[in-house]
Design a protein around this ligand. Structure first.
Ligand SMILES: [Zn+2]
Length: 236
């Protein structure tokens, strides 16, 4: 028949193991967040490439419109030039037509530049889209891998929790409540071992009083460190 202290110590050991498993399982959501962040970075790059393509397309359309407008105006002036009888008018129109054609050539250069920029943007877009797909595929694979590797821990956790519940039921309610209350403050060591050489608390390392030491040796009553409040247990 296990003593109360032995039962509590075994409960503490199980609680430690449960805490370790839970901490290992927290790696899954943490990794998931990191993978999502990496995907967001790639998505932002793709969106930027798309914006760049749209801006270049808009610039091209504007330059094309300008070319058409200038050419149309030049064509009208050419028609006027063909029908004029005045040499002065003819020369004035010729100058204006030459000017419009020069402007149209400049606008054509702008069309070409915009087309080149569109091509570069399209290449960047394709690259970003491929990178995004790759990142997504990696995330899916990585998440599956980490989940698979930690899956056995989930099963172990379930079993540990069930056994913990059973073990807790065997412990008197007041003792259990006391242990659990102290566990909230000291999750790793609610029960501290008395350091036999120095007679001090294994949790806070303060030297215990002789009566605390006597109390700590009793297996079926609980005693606590007067300094830190941890339950005390003395090795036999
Ligand atoms: Zn203490």
């Amino acid at each position: 028949m296990a003593t109360l202290m032995e039962e509590l110590l075994s409960l503490q050991a199980r609680d430690r193991s449960i805490r370790e498993i839970r901490s290992a399982l927290r790696a899954i959501p943490a990794r998931e967040e990191a993978l999502k962040a990496a995907i967001a970075v790639q998505s932002a790059s793709l969106a930027a490439a798309e914006e760049r393509g749209k801006a270049a397309g808009k610039a091209r359309a504007e330059a094309e419109g300008k070319v058409d407008g200038l050419r149309a105006r030049a064509a009208k002036l050419k028609a006027a030039q063909a029908s004029t009888k005045s040499n002065d008018d003819y020369r004035a129109l010729a100058k204006e037509i030459a000017n419009l054609e020069s402007l149209a050539l400049q606008a054509e250069d702008a069309v070409l530049s915009a087309m080149e920029e569109e091509e570069r943007a399209a290449a960047a877009n394709a690259e970003c889209a491929a990178a995004l797909e790759k990142e997504k595929a990696y995330a899916t694979e990585e998440l599956a891998r980490i989940t698979r590797s930690l899956e056995p821990k989930r099963t172990i956790l379930e079993a540990e929790l069930a056994e913990r519940a059973a073990a807790a039921r065997a412990i008197p309610a007041d003792a259990l409540a006391r242990y659990e209350r102290i566990s909230k403050k000291y999750p790793a060591d609610a029960i501290a071992l008395v350091e036999s050489k120095t007679g001090s608390c294994g949790g806070c390392h303060m030297k215990l009083t002789p009566s605390d030491l006597v109390e700590a040796r009793k297996l079926d009553t609980l005693s606590a460190c007067g300094y830190c409040g941890r339950l005390l247990h003395a090795a036999r």
